[in-house]
Design a protein. Structure first.
Length: 212
């Protein structure tokens, strides 16, 4: 009964959420689009002509933002385990970028280009067990960081969602071993109660840097 009550409360809050309503009215695929829009206004990540990879792209809100800001100039590739409806200006790959087959498909879609920007708004399927969900979240973030470290252009940027709590400081240190500049961003579209924060890394220190 408690779980049902929590589900009803979440659903009520979700449908009445300002950013959910705005995403529907403005045609964005998810409220997460507003998070990237706000971060981009501050950090100017998306520009025409770039090569952008969106890891865990479904349902496609961040791909939409990238396509809008890049105005059809450049290349945007999104990859996700889930099937996703396509959109103009974006190449969608269904697969797992952490496995050889998925990575090869992603590389093929990039056409030999190294990305200028890697995005990751990935989150695990929530179990409700806090420490397990937190560990799964950072496992995804570490996979994304591995990909960014190994594939970004030397002056590229990496934006990743993480959650404050256990593992946060360790991941921040890992980011600082890979990027010359690391900053935290908490966009207004992030719910107040949420511990989510976005880390932005810019400029690889060493393409062969080790995380450990």
């Amino acid at each position: 009964m408690k779980r049902q009550a929590k589900t009803r409360a979440w659903h009520h809050q979700h449908v009445n959420d300002f950013y959910v309503r705005q995403s529907v009215e403005q045609g964005w695929r998810s409220r997460a689009a507003f998070k990237l829009l706000e971060i981009d206004e501050r950090d100017h990540l998306l520009k025409p002509g770039l090569t952008v990879v969106d890891l865990g792209c479904a349902p496609g809100g961040w791909c939409q933002v990238a396509a809008s800001r890049m105005k059809g100039q450049g290349r945007i590739v999104g990859i996700d385990l889930l099937e996703m409806t396509g959109m103009n200006g974006v190449t969608i790959v269904q697969g797992d970028f952490s496995e050889a087959v998925g990575l090869a498909a992603l590389d093929e879609a990039l056409g030999g280009r190294r990305p200028d920007l890697v995005l990751s708004d990935m989150a695990p399927n929530i179990t409700g067990i806090a420490h397990a969900d937190q560990a799964k979240s950072f496992a995804l973030a570490e996979l994304a960081l591995d990909y960014a470290r190994d594939h970004l252009q030397p002056e590229g940027a990496f934006l990743v969602k993480v959650f404050q709590g256990a593992g946060f400081e360790e991941f921040m240190r890992a980011m600082r071993r890979v990027f010359r500049k690391v900053a935290a961003r908490k966009p207004k579209a992030s719910r107040d109660r949420s511990r989510e924060v976005y880390l932005l890394g810019r400029g690889l220190i060493d393409a062969g840097a080790e995380l450990n």
